[in-house]
Design a protein around this ligand. Structure first.
Ligand code: ZN
Length: 371
């Protein structure tokens, strides 16, 4: 279904204004640090872009983890590390870095993800540490567990304060079948949320994805086809936390396995030595998302003007074909109508945002987990 006709969709606006960026463009930044190879390297995502499906994959992978094509003939390419640019206070790259900030302090930055998979889709990154991907958490399990909890708890706090604190949001998304009398605690929030991290990532700065239900109609359909939370690419928060706790208790780490191991190694070892099953955690998350959608999705069939079958658009009531309307245009407009990303909009009705308040003075001051 597509083409939402609801006219009472709640949008949660940011309450605080955001500062202008402390630094100008990523090009100027690179020029300033041109004699610092480490800094220049940090600002790039090193990827192999699959020739068949165009997915950016980790550079050491032999096969694309999306379509399975061989990557052996694909050369390594680079994209701007946008998440690291955010926490360094850089103002723009190929486009302006406007962040829809929902929570920030000296340690982390939490913002609305523009992808807006769900009604509340937050992303949280460390701000004073350079952690390229989640494998580095397994290099230092104790510190890794603390970092994981910091990012998750900050996102949960941002969700509770911004979204749960908003009356119209509560009423619309949670007021139907389930009545909540008061703000949830962070652990109660857990059952309404799919959180975790991707490996390999497309941005090489650690980030927790915090996806609070319900999923947007289009993304839920994509999810049912296996298009989100990919098996063995998405690592549920519960799996990461259990694994890091077990390693911490056992005084064991994966530090010497760097840099060229894949998460398959971790998945196997966790099962073998600690009985922690990736499959169980992943399947539990998948059923939880379905459950969450059934309980909390506020829209019914009657709220949609169109029915989508493959690439074709049909009138939901009368059933006739609309050859002039594309599926993509309907999805884009539905996402825009529902998302709180970038609210309040600016005078041109475009998403607004700002910059991170506490960027490190010098990128070399970031604690580097790769050392
Ligand atoms: Zn591919």
């Amino acid at each position: 279904m597509a083409g939402l006709t609801h006219d009472m969709l709640p949008h949660v606006r940011r309450k605080t204004s955001l500062p202008n960026p402390k630094r100008d463009s990523i090009e100027q930044f690179r020029d300033y640090f041109r004699k610092e190879p480490k800094v220049l390297e940090m600002l790039l995502n090193k990827v192999k872009v699959c020739a068949d499906c165009k997915k950016p994959c980790a550079y050491h992978q032999e096969r694309c983890n999306s379509c399975g094509s061989s990557l052996s003939q694909v050369s390594i390419s680079h994209t701007d590390n946008i998440l690291l640019s955010f926490v360094l206070g850089i103002g723009k790259g190929k486009f302006p870095f406007k962040i829809s900030v929902r929570f920030q302090d000296e340690n982390c930055l939490c913002f609305d993800d523009p992808l807006s998979v769900s009604a509340v889709h937050l992303c949280c990154v460390p701000a004073q540490e350079y952690v390229p991907d989640l494998r580095y958490l397994f290099g230092r399990p104790r510190r890794g567990r603390r970092m994981l909890e910091l990012l998750y708890n900050s996102a949960a706090k941002a969700c509770l304060e911004n979204y749960w604190g908003d009356e119209s949001f509560q009423e619309f998304y949670l007021g139907g079948k389930v009545k909540w009398k008061k703000l949830l605690t962070e652990s109660e929030l857990f059952v309404l949320t799919a959180a975790g991290m991707n490996y390999p990532p497309s941005q090489y700065q650690l980030h927790v994805q915090f996806i609070h239900g319900p999923l947007l109609p289009f993304h839920y359909a994509l999810f049912l086809e296996g298009g989100h939370f990919h098996y063995k690419r998405f690592f549920p928060y519960s799996f990461l936390l259990a694994s890091l706790n077990a390693l911490e208790d056992d005084n064991r780490d994966f530090r010497n396995s760097h840099p060229d191991y894949d998460m398959d190694l971790i998945i196997d070892e966790m099962e073998k030595f600690y009985g922690i099953s990736y499959d169980k955690h992943w399947h539990a998350m998948i059923s939880q998302i379905k459950q969450m959608q059934e309980t909390h999705a506020p829209w019914a069939e009657k709220d949609f003007e169109y029915r989508v079958v493959g690439n074709q658009v049909f009138d939901a009531q009368a059933g006739f074909h609309h050859p002039g309307i594309t599926v993509k245009s309907l999805q884009t407009s539905d996402v825009k109508r529902i998302q709180s990303y970038g609210r309040p909009y600016d005078t041109d009705e475009k998403p607004s945002g700002g910059s991170y308040n506490f960027p490190a003075e010098n990128p070399k001051e970031l604690q580097d987990w790769t050392e």
